[in-house]
Design a binder for this molecule. Structure first.
Ligand code: UFG
Length: 324
């Protein structure tokens, strides 16, 4: 059985859907601070609790035959992490350590970790490969970077095998529309643009139009949420087959500007979307684009939904028919 922490969150729930459809036995641990229990298949058990709770973890590992952990649980608001770093280090780093210690104590040695391109900080070159220097520029990125360092030590000392997946910008939704992105508050570009298209917001703010990019706005690499899910499944498969620990970037290897995202959303919604040009948002690198060659070559990862318009169409289908 696989323990999925944060399995009721945006990325976690899409992994649960994907793995469940492929016959994996799953157990979700989620405190529902940001997750939605409606996002889980009815026959996947959910334990509502805190991943930093040692006695809860001991009882989970004693009660269920867990042989791997896929770890999504984390706070992920970059801006908040700057003003409330304690929350981020306590949850994303210290509570993750509790999960790893429980795994070690109960002899569970396979761990898939949701890492992030935010561990790189400002790019010194793009596309960024896994060898790019890691200099996070906010506590969110730091909190994930520390876990990567801990994993390296735990592998060395305790034989804890891990795969750290450094996501670029997760986007889209289940193409069937059963689940999708639902953050409160929402800070991510695509849902905000689409909520503006629906009239739920007056306009979308473009944060910075004076970047050194072709249209002056920031460039990001948007990766479909189910392609992320696929990579987690492949990572686990590799570890089950005895592969050593590894780190992979996950992105489409293509960058789109904020203006291009807005245009693609206009096309999907078939209407024009009001925007306002604003100051830059603190901590935004101008351009983040992945090299995902390593994941493709070593994991055999094959992204299915690489077209931005398709990613945005799936997000739009969800946004206009959301269930939670
Ligand atoms: N943006 C706007 N207006 C908005 C919201 C966003 O112009 O209202 C711009 C941002 O400035 C950025 C781009 O749209 O240039 C994408 O912003 P998101 O907030 O959607 O995502 P980020 O690029 O900030 O994502 C980052 C990291 C991820 C990390 C994530 C956590 O790239 O690795 O934050 O939420 F996981």
């Amino acid at each position: 059985m696989i323990l999925v922490t944060g399995g009721a969150g945006y990325i976690g729930s899409h992994y649960v859907l994907y793995a469940h459809q492929r016959g994996e036995q799953l157990l979700v641990l989620d405190n529902l601070a940001y997750g939605h229990k409606e996002s889980l298949p009815s026959d996947v058990p959910l334990i509502v609790g805190d991943m930093g709770d040692k006695s809860l973890l001991d009882s989970i590992f004693t009660t269920y035959k867990i042989n791997a952990v896929v770890h999504f649980a984390a706070y992920a608001y970059v801006g908040e992490s700057v003003t409330a770093p304690a929350k981020y280090y306590a949850n994303n780093t210290v509570a993750t350590l509790a999960v790893l210690n429980a795994m070690r104590d109960h002899d569970v040695r396979q761990f898939v970790f949701s890492s992030t391109c935010a561990t790189y900080g400002n790019p010194s070159y793009v596309p960024m490969d896994e060898k790019h220097p890691q200099n996070p520029i906010n506590p969110y990125g730091e909190s994930k970077y520390f876990v990567e360092r801990i994993l390296k030590s735990y592998d060395h000392a305790y034989g804890m095998r891990y795969t750290a997946l450094r996501y670029f910008n997760a986007a889209g939704a289940d193409p069937e529309g059963s689940i999708g992105e639902s953050h409160d508050p929402e800070t991510h570009l695509i849902p905000l643009v689409q909520q503006t298209a629906m009239g739920k917001r007056d306009s979308i703010s473009i944060f910075g139009t004076d970047y050194d990019t072709p249209d002056g706005t920031c460039i990001r690499d948007y990766i479909h949420i189910l392609d992320l899910a696929q990579a987690h499944a492949l990572a686990l498969e590799k570890m089950r087959a005895g592969e050593l620990s590894a780190i992979y970037n996950l992105g489409c290897e293509k960058g789109y500007s904020v203006r291009e995202v807005i245009s693609a959303c206009e096309k999907a919604a078939n209407r024009s979307i009001p925007y306002q040009e604003m100051q830059r948002r603190a901590g935004d690198p101008p351009r983040l684009v992945a090299s995902a060659a390593k994941a493709k070559n070593e994991l055999g990862w094959k992204p299915v939904y690489e077209d931005l318009e398709e990613i945005i169409q799936h997000a739009w289908n969800w946004e206009t028919n959301r269930k939670y």
